[in-house]
Ligand binder design. Structure first.
Ligand SMILES: C[S@@+](CC[C@H](N)C(=O)[O-])C[C@H]1O[C@@H](n2cnc3c(N)ncnc32)[C@H](O)[C@@H]1O
Length: 321
């Protein structure tokens, strides 16, 4: 039985940033070294750039995760059992969920994302492709409390968190997010999550330094999004994209590096950057399977089934409380 897809906009939470986005950004810019949370990549243009990244030849995660899902579809379906609500964290263009909904036939789909305008476009496309499914988009910040629409029943939930987005959180914050996801589930619920595996450094670094320069444009676009939020005067010409693997922390790091000495101002503040000084804009942690399964177990998910690709580049886990 499908639910009515109306009314939809009521389901959207409009106050996305529970903590003031400008306070958070200014605090990061005032720190040495400076940082900006990767969640600020995603205005509508940033989300569209990320969608372009997913089809780049160097960017293996999306095609590898999609291939695992396609090959292991029946096994995933068996392990997932009856799913009444598919809840996707960081849903982006919702393409992966389209395939998963076709496989698992839930009654409702609840995509959550910080990029509100892009999320609403993606869900309208989703409704055209799967017209019988009830869709309740929620614009929210996953670093804050996750509040689902009150009418989503607690039983039969599958939380889907693909794209190795969990890798953007450092281990302590990843643990915190997993515990909060566990709290969304009854004992019959489950989490289907994709994570990226440690592999050759050249493969990792190429994925974040594509020849077409789309990842560089994505990284730089953050500065325009920040300008819109805090009224700063970052100019793209003053910054360049830097991405490398940090083996100590087992993570790709992305930074914005100032090409020359520069002063950035906003309404009630400024920051001087020396030539070559960096703003840390993203981490993407690369795991070994047993470490990720242990992280799940330590944070409320004691039973895991893992699927990977033939090269061992990416993994998907179905984890149960
Ligand atoms: C790496 S992309 C993955 C998109 C899609 N799930 C995929 O697998 O291709 C991360 C997604 O998470 C969203 N996102 C990033 N930080 C977020 C946050 N703090 N709260 C909610 N959504 C966030 C972004 O807008 C983006 O759509």
């Amino acid at each position: 039985m499908f639910e009515s897809t109306q009314p939809m906009p009521d389901a959207v939470v409009s106050d996305i940033y529970a903590v003031s986005a400008s306070d958070e950004i200014i605090q990061g810019l005032s720190t040495h070294p400076a940082y900006i949370s990767p969640k600020f990549f995603y205005d509508a243009h940033g989300s569209a750039l990320f969608a372009q990244i997913t089809s780049l030849p160097e960017y293996y995660p999306t095609r590898t995760e999609n291939a695992i899902m396609a090959i292991q579809g029946e096994a995933i379906k068996r392990e997932a059992g009856v799913v009444s609500s598919l809840i996707e964290l960081g849903a982006g263009n919702c393409r992966k969920a389209q395939a998963l909904c076709a496989l698992l036939q839930p009654q409702r789909f609840v995509p959550l994302d910080i990029s509100e305008e892009y999320l609403l476009e993606a869900t309208s496309d989703f409704r055209e492709k799967l017209p019988g499914l009830a869709v309740y988009p929620v614009a929210c910040d996953l670093t804050q409390a996750i509040v689902l629409p009150a009418h989503i029943p607690p039983e039969g939930r599958l939380v889907f968190y693909p794209g190795s987005s969990i890798g953007n959180f450092d281990p302590a914050h990843a643990a915190d997010l997993l515990r909060r996801v566990r709290d969304l589930l009854d004992d019959d619920g489950a989490l289907l999550i994709g994570f990226d595996l440690v592999k050759q450094v050249d493969v990792l670094e190429a994925a974040y330094n594509d020849a077409a320069g789309v990842t560089a444009a994505f990284n730089l676009n953050m500065l325009q999004h920040v300008n819109a939020i805090i009224g700063s005067d970052f100019s793209d010409d003053d910054w360049r994209h830097v991405a490398f693997f940090n083996p100590v922390h087992s993570r790709i790091e992305m930074h914005l590096e100032s090409v020359a000495e520069t002063l950035v101002s906003w309404s009630d503040g400024e920051r001087h950057f020396a030539a070559g000084e960096r703003i840390h804009s993203e981490n993407s942690y690369k795991y070994r399977t047993h470490d990720f399964v242990n992280l799940l177990a330590a944070n409320g998910f004691s039973r895991s089934t893992v699927w990977t690709d033939a090269q061992g580049w990416f993994a998907i886990v179905l984890a149960r409380p």
